[in-house]
Design a protein around this ligand. Structure first.
Ligand code: MD6
Ligand code: FE
Length: 208
């Protein structure tokens, strides 16, 4: 039987695991991500409306989430044409630990927040199946995470996410609105040049 660890906090359907990753696990994860970025470099995406996003993005897994003038979507290849590298085993183990599921994610989106980067309020809704949760892992600088309900007008609450924190969004809250209002640049020494990395793991579809 699969077991899963219980979250320390539940905020409007968001399950929060503060400090789930130890400092040495965070360092190991950053090393894994260096390999991902070496195979699939960060890009500066634009929204379908043509607005540049302030975060830089890449991905690992069978599919990667991309955005450009043609829309938001999952793609089997990086915008520059190469295949996405595999999701690091350490990341998959974390997914197993917090979800307790047999199904593993298809996509590990990697977002990098340099100075001034933010992420507007959004829903994660480009997947074909919302029955699986989204797992988010924070590394590096602290970020102010805003969490709302499934209606854009629902009230929101904010929480500072630190390096090593994990958030799970599932069940009725799978389509809750959320975003990153700001990042305290230089608040963590995990990344040599400062900044924040957020990984989001999703099951995209049934793979057929
Ligand atoms: C971030 N997180 O933490 C952005 N999405 O930088 C997300 O967009 C997110 O934290 C789905 C589920 C959890 C999340
Ligand atoms: Fe999201």
């Amino acid at each position: 039987m699969r077991v899963r660890v219980e979250p320390e906090l539940r905020i409007g359907g968001f399950e929060v695991y503060p400090g789930l990753l130890s400092p040495s696990e965070q360092v190991a994860l950053v090393e894994d991500l260096r390999q991902v970025v070496a195979a699939a470099p960060f890009v500066s995406p634009v929204t379908p409306g043509g607005r540049p996003m302030s975060v830089r993005m890449t991905a690992a897994g069978r599919l990667g989430w991309i955005t450009d003038r043609h829309g938001y979507r999952y793609s089997p290849v990086h915008p520059q044409g190469m295949a996405w590298p595999p999701i690091p085993p350490r990341v998959l183990s974390l997914w197993d630990k917090v979800t307790g599921l047999d199904r593993r994610p298809d996509c590990c989106l990697v977002n990098f927040y340099g100075e001034g980067a933010r992420m507007g309020l959004h829903q994660d809704r480009d997947e074909g199946d919302f029955t699986f949760p989204v797992v988010s892992i924070s590394l590096g600088d602290s970020a102010l995470f805003r969490m709302g309900g499934t209606d854009r007008k629902d009230p929101t609450r904010s929480l500072w996410l630190s390096s090593g924190d994990v958030v799970v969004l599932g069940g009725a809250a799978r389509l809750a609105w959320h975003g990153i209002d700001r990042v305290r640049h230089g608040s963590s020494s995990l990344l040599p040049q400062a900044g924040r990395i957020n990984l989001t793991l999703r099951v995209v579809d049934l793979g057929d």
